[in-house]
Design a protein around this ligand. Structure first.
Ligand code: F6R
Length: 625
């Protein structure tokens, strides 16, 4: 996730900006840059890669006093639009190099804005959405930078935290945010901007939290606040008493629980801009009341030519492979197309039968997993077309695939994957549903119902997270169980696979997943009083079958937890405990039913005194075989 820093005061700005950027490194980034405004005018320096690359680049200038200035803005970039490169790094400037802007977020209407700005003669240098903001502010600039920012943000759609400086309006920095974080630090004779509190703690603990569309204007000796229309407002200062470690994690104890809690936002990010009013229709339904919505994947280039495929093959490793298993069920259900799922490390050593009519979907959070990349290259060699689902812009997978669908989950720091998984699912569902539309096998009614459910999921995930203490209490009672089995049928079986992996990797508990129908074919021999069985029950037509399985394990003294919908009382008699999640169409349930299982794994690890962020023997990105 991008990081923003800003400084105005009496000290040399560049070293403070560099130090602040380092404090924001934990957010993840692929390039860094600063813009300073001093006697020498506006100077921008930026570099791909680590902050030390930037430091090395400006070392001589810093030592020679060339970059002396007492105000400036800085940025660490996590690429979204355009690969990591010097030119795509922030700050971005207008054509004349008068205004400099750093940005965190996504400007969703940047394509339209860019076309409009180009009509006004603007020549773009980068592939970023942010550059449009710099040009837009310049176009509205009429001697007052604040007014230009007010006018510019009226035209921005999407999310943004922005810091802006101008050579023509020196001695102040303008900051504004919508849906991306930004805090203002209040010092004595100096003021600061940062994406997160940790970057400020060395200088001040007095902060202002900007709300959506609020603007801060920072001078050396004061900060003024305005609403999005440019009217003056008052804000209260808050005092931060967290330590630096907690501040990096936004007050959470670990990155993993922070990332679990980020899922509502991440799910919105993966969905947003991919659902639109259907332009092929009148925009009204049969009754003329509701706007008709459609899935729009033109952004990734997924058009009707892809619907001619005979078969889909989904390949990945680990958690991403579990997403693939759910993808198989989704493709069969919504698009009625035969779908094979392969573990990438197996696929690459088999002698698989594939042909140019196949579509491959390759899933990888990092986009760098060695086995996954090898499977992708084999698929491409066979002449098949490849869609990548990944979280990392500019990753090898993103560069080599034919189409890329980004998960937009933001950097995942904890080793155990959580928000990457649920956003991978969101992407798979969108492709599966759109496939169903293009293949003419999905009814308008089911599409409308599914789109509505996808739009509701973020709020429903939030409701589950509000109830996390229930899972925490359950973990406190059962964390010492030596065996934990997850079971379910269809989509619930796939969620069981991911749940068992989460639990084993961070709490070192022996956990397994079973297709519940397989219980009698062997696994039940393991069940005794030292076993916890978590039954995931969201496939309504199979409730009876699941109830029989629950009774079978209870009869062998296992403790049982059922995860089901909030309106289902079916399991109240058979299970020891029932955790309820909001109702949604059965096929889409994995995006919610996994959340209590992630929480369970997290709280078990904490109960066992382990660090869930850094499980033993595991690495975040497996770039070797
Ligand atoms: C588990 C986990 C791993 C990864 C796997 C693939 O929590 O994170 O199983 O899912 O190593 O990684 P990516 O998705 O980066 O290819």
């Amino acid at each position: 996730m991008c990081g923003i820093i800003g400084y105005i005061g009496g000290q040399d700005a560049a070293p403070i900006l560099l130090k602040g950027l380092k404090k924001l490194e934990y957010r993840g980034y692929d390039s860094a840059g600063i813009a300073i405004l001093g006697a020498g005018g506006l100077t921008v320096r930026k570099s791909r890669g680590a902050i030390k690359n930037l430091e090395e680049k400006i070392e001589a200038e810093l030592a020679g006093g060339v970059l002396a200035a007492s105000m400036g803005i800085g940025h660490t970039r996590w690429a979204t639009h355009g690969e990591p490169s010097d030119v795509n790094s922030h700050p971005h400037t207008d054509v004349s190099g008068t205004i400099a802007v750093v940005h965190n977020g996504i400007i969703e209407n940047h394509v339209r804005l860019k076309a409009w700005l180009q009509k006004h003669g603007v020549v773009f240098r980068s592939e970023t959405d942010t550059e449009a903001v710099a040009h837009l502010i310049d176009l509205h600039y009429n001697g007052d930078l604040l007014q230009a920012v007010v006018e510019a943000i009226k035209r921005l759609e999407g999310s943004y935290a922005l810091a802006v400086i101008s050579r023509d309006d020196p001695d102040r920095i303008i900051a504004v945010r919508k849906e991306s974080p930004l805090v203002i630090g209040k010092g004595g004779g100096e003021n600061f901007i940062a994406s997160d509190v940790p970057a400020l703690l060395e200088y001040t603990r007095d902060v202002y939290y900007l709300l959506d569309r609020e603007i801060a204007v920072l001078y050396r000796d004061k900060v003024e606040f305005y609403n999005g229309d440019g009217q003056s407002i008052e804000k209260n200062v808050a005092h931060v008493d967290w330590d630096a470690g907690a501040a990096e994690k936004d007050g959470y104890e670990h990155f993993m629980i922070k990332e679990i809690n980020e899922q509502p936002k991440a799910l919105t990010g993966a969905l947003r801009a991919r659902i639109q009013a259907d332009t092929t229709d009148t925009g009204q339904d049969a009754q003329g009341a509701m706007p008709v919505k459609a899935i729009n994947l033109q952004e990734i280039g997924f058009d009707s030519s892809w619907a001619k495929a005979n078969r889909v093959v989904i390949t990945a490793c680990g958690t991403a492979w579990h997403a693939a298993v759910i993808g198989k069920y989704a493709f069969e259900r919504y698009a009625r197309i035969g779908t094979d799922v392969d573990i990438a490390s197996e696929y690459r050593y088999r002698n698989p039968i594939s042909n140019p009519q196949d579509i491959f979907i390759i899933i990888s959070q990092s986009g760098e997993t060695a086995d996954t990349l090898a499977a992708m290259r084999m698929a491409k060699k066979s002449g098949a077309r490849v869609i990548a689902i990944t979280n990392v812009v500019g990753s090898t997978l993103a560069r080599e695939a034919d189409l890329v669908m980004y998960t937009w989950a933001g950097p995942e720091i904890a080793v155990a994957s959580t928000k990457a998984f649920t956003t991978q699912l969101m992407c798979l569902y969108l492709i599966a549903l759109q496939f169903g539309v293009l293949r003419d096998v999905l009814s308008g009614e089911e599409l409308a119902q599914s789109i509505k459910a996808l739009e509701d999921i973020s709020g429903q995930a939030e409701r589950i997270l509000k109830d996390k203490e229930t899972i925490q209490r359950f973990a406190a009672r059962h964390f010492s169980k030596s065996k934990v089995f997850f079971m379910g049928r269809l989509f619930d079986y796939a969620v069981s696979l991911e749940s068992a992996l989460k639990l084993k990797e961070i709490s070192y508990t022996h956990s397994e997943a079973f297709a519940a129908g397989e219980l009698k074919h062997g696994p039940i021999a393991l069940v005794d009083e030292s076993t916890l069985v978590v039954a995931i029950c969201t496939q309504t037509a199979l409730f009876e079958k699941m109830e029989s399985n629950i009774k079978e394990v209870k009869a062998r003294d296992a403790a049982t937890l059922v995860i089901t919908y909030e309106d289902v009382n079916y399991f109240d008699q058979s299970a020891d405990e029932v955790f309820r999640i909001p109702r949604l169409p059965d096929g889409l349930s994995p995006m919610l039913s996994i959340i209590p299982c992630q929480l369970y794994a997290y709280y078990c690890a904490v109960q066992r005194g382990l660090d869930p962020d850094k499980p033993r023997n595991l690495a975040k990105s497996v770039t070797v075989e």
